[in-house]
Design a protein around this ligand. Structure first.
Ligand code: GCO
Length: 490
């Protein structure tokens, strides 16, 4: 048993909390069914390469805390992940965010690496505590300057920046005042976002407000396996609303700034497959908890009515307390129109009749990740049907860890994972999905949260002793796919 629950065991702990993705559909008689849009039986990739549309945006992704290191350099303040990682027992191998992949110092050669791979886009995140060391008030110009240099370095190399404003590294000072469980943090986030828009308003970037509000709420606040390490279901529910409110405030600030580019939010979505007919009701509710609790407010301006409660599959939070947090006008803010919806896809889950998450497909070395490429197709098609007015989609994370922690450059599993998922993405585009881009997770081996440096998700191997980078076989394969704008058959 690991000292801390990992993301998978976290999910198993909660009856149905992590299940979802069926994106429940209404039948003609108005009843709701959890039966997923099934993958057409026997679909096989064609023998020829599958082409992507002209202008399709290809890239790879990282996040600040996972790669930067230099956690005290140039006035950066502490974040909740610095605090969490410094707490004995929280990170499986005892590592911290320093030096991670030392990207704060090696950023120039990392940008050369992206250019050498021929990737037209790079997704990274801004560390809020570099910009505002205590999360509010005065700007730390050295922090802003770092990201200006990074963005200019990308533009010089002809690489499109996709900039995530929040990838989990909340300034610790804001956590001390309640973090995402309090409304003020949404306002602070809006102010911080406005600083970044002003600083980079001339850049044609894809901005993403919050990365995976679900993971922060459930893993960080319900199960305590991520920072800030809270285990309280009502605080988890509050963290959902305040992150989404912060997202909406950032979108408003973006529009007000007149910044170039576009903006969206990055949601990790999880197709749910009920394991039997009897499991349908629990799967519908877990779909609400996992997917609609985030998609509905952002795209439709309302929370689902079936997410919170004590039935199998529901988040057992106090519904009245949650409603009391939602003030007049909040949902209008949260549903400000977006330019893009960023989807992060890692796999699927089964749900049984009592709402437990069960394994229906083999997992990767990340035991929470049930690998099922067709699930990506199901998810994209369900989004098309259930949210026809959604903005264009971009996949901003998709990937797999190496089978072992040692690290290797020979990674056939990742290569086949990418191939199979890109085939499903191309298939969905062919069937009408407006998918405009794909970012592999991750560019580099890095700090994998509670797994520390022991789980390697990079296209590029990093020797953590020397910080030497070596592209893995999957990086070379991905690079060829990107250059050809097509995915070759196996
Ligand atoms: C997430 C994060 C990434 C992870 C990746 C692999 O989805 O948890 O956005 O930072 O590293 O997903 O777990």
């Amino acid at each position: 048993m690991p000292a801390q629950p990992n993301r998978r065991t976290v999910l198993q702990l909660g009856a149905g909390v992590a299940a979802a993705g069926v994106l429940a559909a209404c039948t003609s008689d108005g009843s709701v069914t959890a039966t997923p849009t099934p993958t057409a039986p026997g679909w096989l990739p064609p023998a020829e390469p599958m082409a992507f549309p002209a202008g399709f945006v290809w890239g790879a992704a990282t996040s600040a805390f996972q790669v930067e290191g230099s956690t005290t350099a140039d006035g950066r303040g502490p974040s909740i992940w610095d605090t969490f990682a410094a707490t004995p027992g929280r990170i499986s191998d005892g590592s911290t965010g320093d030096p991670a992949a030392d990207h704060y110092r090696l950023w120039e050669s990392d940008l050369d690496l992206i250019a050498d791979l021929g990737l037209p886009a790079y997704r990274f995140s801004v560390a809020w505590p570099r910009i505002q060391p205590t999360g509010s008030g005065e700007v730390n110009q050295a922090g802003v300057d770092f990201y200006r240099r990074l963005v200019d370095g990308l533009l010089t190399r002809g690489i499109h920046p996709a900039i995530t404003l929040y990838h989990w590294d909340l300034p610790q000072a804001l956590q001390d005042d309640g973090g995402w469980t309090v409304r003020d943090t949404a306002d602070r986030f809006g102010e911080y976002a406005a600083i970044m828009f002003e600083a980079l308003k001339d850049v044609d970037a894809t901005w993403l407000t919050i990365n995976e509000p679900k993971t922060t709420a459930y893993v960080g606040h319900r199960w305590g396996a991520h920072a800030p390490g809270i285990s309280d279901v009502d605080q988890a529910a509050a963290a959902i609303h305040h992150q989404l409110l912060g997202h909406g405030r950032a979108v408003q600030a973006f529009r007000a700034s007149g910044a170039a580019g576009g903006i969206g939010i990055a949601l990790n979505l999880l197709p749910v497959y009920p394991t039997s007919r009897e499991a349908d009701p629990a799967a519908v509710r877990t779909d609400a908890v996992e997917n609609r609790m985030f998609l509905d407010p952002v795209l439709l301006g309302r929370y689902p009515s079936d997410a919170l409660g004590s039935k199998p599959g529901q988040l057992p939070a106090d519904g009245e307390a949650f409603e009391a947090l939602v003030q007049d006008g909040d949902l209008e803010v949260i549903s400000e129109p977006l330019d893009v919806l960023a989807v992060q896809y890692y796999g699927v889950t089964g749900v049984d009749d009592v709402g437990n998450q069960v394994e229906v497909y083999p997992t990767s070395a990340a035991v929470w990740q049930q690998v099922h490429p067709e699930g990506l197709y199901d998810l994209l098609m369900d989004l098309l049907i259930d949210y026809p007015d959604a903005p264009p989609l971009v996949i901003t994370e998709n990937g797999i860890p190496d089978p072992t922690s040692e690290g290797t450059t020979d990674d056939p599993e990742r290569l086949e994972f990418l191939r199979a998922h890109l085939q499903q993405a191309a298939r969905a585009i062919g069937d009408g999905v407006r998918l405009v881009g794909y970012y592999a997770w991750s560019l580099l081996d890095n700090f994998e949260w509670a797994e520390g440096m022991s789980q390697r998700w990079g296209l590029v191997h990093v020797d953590f002793e020397t910080q030497e980078r070596t592209p893995k076989a999957s990086a070379e394969w991905y690079s060829s796919a990107v250059r050809a704008n097509e995915v070759a058959p196996s």
